[in-house]
Design a protein. Sequence first.
Length: 153
Amino acid sequence: MDPANLRAAVGRASATAVVLLAGCSFAPEGDAPMEAPAEYRAWFARTEACSGREGDFDRIRWHVVDGESFECPSGRCVGRWNNSHDIYIASVYVRHELVVRHEMLHELLGRPGHPDPPFGTGCPLTWESWRGAEDTGAAVTGRVVGLGLTRID
């Protein structure tokens, strides 16, 4: 590779690395560390089972953000996973199985985005696919309707 092409390739790689590292530093304003409630371990095991993946529950750092939602890079969110193993949950949704397990699935996949499967097919962990007790024995029954302004990221 000639020097000009090499410099251009290194420049593109450096810019990509900066963008990726910037994505790792997301933290909503006003978040606080949270001890995972006891039921989270059972939810994690169910998420491992439906996805066919295994993970390390203990490496997740849990955070709670006061309120119904918080600002995140994609708009207003009720949950957000970062590849630094941090999961942020709006306080109103701390005990909402769909929201928490959705973020756990991101942890197991190790990436953002919502590929189907496992999101939807396999693990019905989106606003559109969630059926509550039908799928998991959760206390919520019926389909959950997502609010237009909130996302599970």
